[in-house]
Design a protein around this ligand. Structure first.
Ligand SMILES: Cc1ncc(COP(=O)(O)O)c(C=O)c1O
Length: 362
């Protein structure tokens, strides 16, 4: 791994070199909002390789990456089309923020497939999150790419939940893949980061926006994500195998109202080459959900996902807290919904904890 330099600015003697660097024409290290450090570039290249993209551009968080991707490819009058099964922050950005700047955002329920494909016909950007957080909704990336290409639209795909372990949207024709590297890629709940994998021409626009919005990735965070990536595949093997076993167990348990996991509540779609490590369960009421949480105390509740430890989260008050009650209802995010991000603990330990927890519910 490349070393971390604690400086954020470096001396220079030739003014012309600074001007070239400030204008993005050379990669001389002079000021770290303009030019990423070698460890940051190493992370960008590693992610690009994992996603089969030409290059990568990093940001200080996943939301920074999503914001920059949308803002650098749209202008007033542009049209963004998406399904509404999105991470809450992305949903709010599309529903409430971009429209204020004259970007028309059309969001469709998963059941409105025909209306979605109609809207794609004159779209500029088609934004996907598949499988989605927290409902694990799966989209047919190839079919959407085909329709979007016919319209000349850019296809963006948030691949945070699937990760490159399970899915490579660029191999299916997507133009841009976005990651919250904070999650499974880093894997240790110790670094916030976002990475966009794309072509060099889109990357150039993203770098210009990154410099101006200042959402740059700190080298310390890049180092922690790179270290996390060293065990990425091993972690994902264990976490996805745990997730599959737990999802099957929940689907057979009478106290669990519904399970959301590709391969359990719906067939795993063809774009997924492996299982995923995230699932959600619906316990029918907030009270039952609270009883389960109280009875599984070794498992931590956090407003993140993708760690070596299993984490539970309440979508109503974490991932979708930005949404109104009506919006949450429309998205199927019920009061009894619990999201479970699988860690790498022994599967038997997790089965014991959750089966005892479910027995404790009246
Ligand atoms: C699918 C998805 N995309 C993007 C984000 C935003 O990432 P970050 O918290 O790194 O900004 C999240 C956060 O939970 C997420 O789940």
């Amino acid at each position: 791994m490349k070393p971390i330099d604690q400086n954020i600015a470096w001396p220079f003697t030739d003014e012309a070199i600074w001007v070239e660097s400030a204008n993005g024409r050379n990669s001389e290290l002079l000021y770290s909002r303009n030019t990423p450090q070698p460890i940051v570039l190493e992370l960008e290249q590693t992610l690009a390789r994992l996603e089969h993209a030409e290059t990568g551009v990093s940001f200080s968080s996943g939301m920074g990456a999503i914001y920059a991707s949308l803002i650098s490819t749209t202008k007033p009058g542009s049209k963004v089309v998406a399904f509404d099964t999105l991470y809450g922050g992305t949903f709010s950005l599309l529903k409430h923020m971009l429209p204020k700047w004259g970007v028309q955002c059309e969001l469709f329920a998963a059941t409105q497939s025909d209306a979605f494909f109609d809207a794609v016909r004159d779209a500029d950007v088609v934004y996907l999150e598949t499988p989605s957080n927290p409902m694990l909704q799966q989209l047919d990336i190839e079919a959407i790419v085909e329709a979007a290409k016919a319209a000349g639209a850019i296809v963006m795909c948030d691949n945070t939940v699937a990760t490159p372990f399970a899915q490579n949207p660029i191999l299916l024709g997507a133009d841009v893949v976005i990651h919250s590297a904070t999650k499974f890629l880093g894997g240790h709940v110790d670094a916030l980061a976002g990475v966009v994998c794309c072509s060099e021409s889109i990357a150039q626009q993203l770098r210009t926006h990154r410099e101006l919005i200042g959402s740059v990735l700190a080298p310390q965070a890049a180092h922690l994500i790179m270290r996390g990536l060293q065990s990425f595949e091993l972690r994902m093997r264990q976490a996805t195998s745990n997730a599959k076993a737990l999802a099957t167990f929940f689907s057979e348990h009478p106290t669990v109202n519904a399970v959301f996991y590709p391969g359990v509540n719906a067939p795993r779609c063809k774009s997924l080459k492996n299982d995923v490590a995230l699932l959600s369960i619906d316990l029918a009421s907030a009270d039952k959900r609270s009883q389960l949480l109280a009875a599984i105390s070794p498992i931590k509740m956090m407003s993140t996902l993708g760690s070596i430890d299993t984490i539970v989260g309440i979508p109503e008050t974490t991932s979708h807290v930005e949404c109104t009650k009506e919006e949450r209802e429309q998205l199927g995010i019920s009061e009894g919904l619990l999201r479970i991000s699988m860690g790498i603990e022994p599967c038997e330990t997790l089965l014991d904890i959750f089966s005892q927890g479910l027995e404790a519910i009246d």
